[in-house]
Design a binder for this molecule. Structure first.
Ligand SMILES: [Zn+2]
Length: 174
């Protein structure tokens, strides 16, 4: 089976990469907003394959031709409030809630966090996250020299386990 796709505006990809780089050697985190089917709200894995996509009026027009696939058009950084920010992230609650309510016109497509000096593979903690049903999980691997790799995944339940599937990242023009 071919991998599922996700689109991201090239400038947004650069923005989240630069943010992760600026936070090294701490883990960075934030939200990704955009559109899946033009409706407002939270998009979960269930809707990745089954959205009705009848209203694309809120989607990025340049990307409309790429549908059906999630299109990320906005990155919102959130401070990392974890005790050990070099090895875990907990989104700062006040900023997290503000971010969720400040973008009612966009869908929350997923979250990103960085792995300072580590591979962009989901850890056991990542796969077990409460955010698991979000449609995309972005992991930015950062080294002291800059960005090593950006990958996107979706997590889904299979039997008693949560599995991660890597998504194909496509860029759209800014
Ligand atoms: Zn992680």
């Amino acid at each position: 089976m071919a991998s599922a796709k996700v689109f991201i505006r090239a400038d947004v990809l650069e923005e989240l990469s630069a943010y992760a780089r600026s936070k090294w050697p701490q883990e960075a985190c934030g939200f990704l907003f955009g559109c899946l089917d033009g409706t407002v709200g939270l998009v979960t894995v269930d809707r990745f394959d089954n959205s009705d996509r009848t209203d694309r009026s809120l989607c990025c027009l340049e990307c409309a031709e790429h549908q059906p696939a999630p299109v990320v058009t906005r990155f919102v950084p959130v401070d990392n409030a974890a005790r050990r920010t070099d090895r875990q992230f907990h989104m700062e609650p006040g900023q997290m809630i503000r971010a969720l309510y400040e973008h009612p016109q966009l869908q929350l497509l997923g979250i990103m966090h960085s792995h300072p000096s580590a591979a962009p593979e989901p850890s056991a903690a990542d796969v077990g996250t409460l955010w698991g049903s979000y449609v995309t999980h972005w992991i930015v691997s950062v080294t002291s020299d800059g960005i090593a790799d950006v990958r996107a995944y979706r997590f889904r339940r299979q039997d008693a386990f949560t599995i991660s599937e890597q998504l194909e990242i496509h860029h759209c023009p800014p």
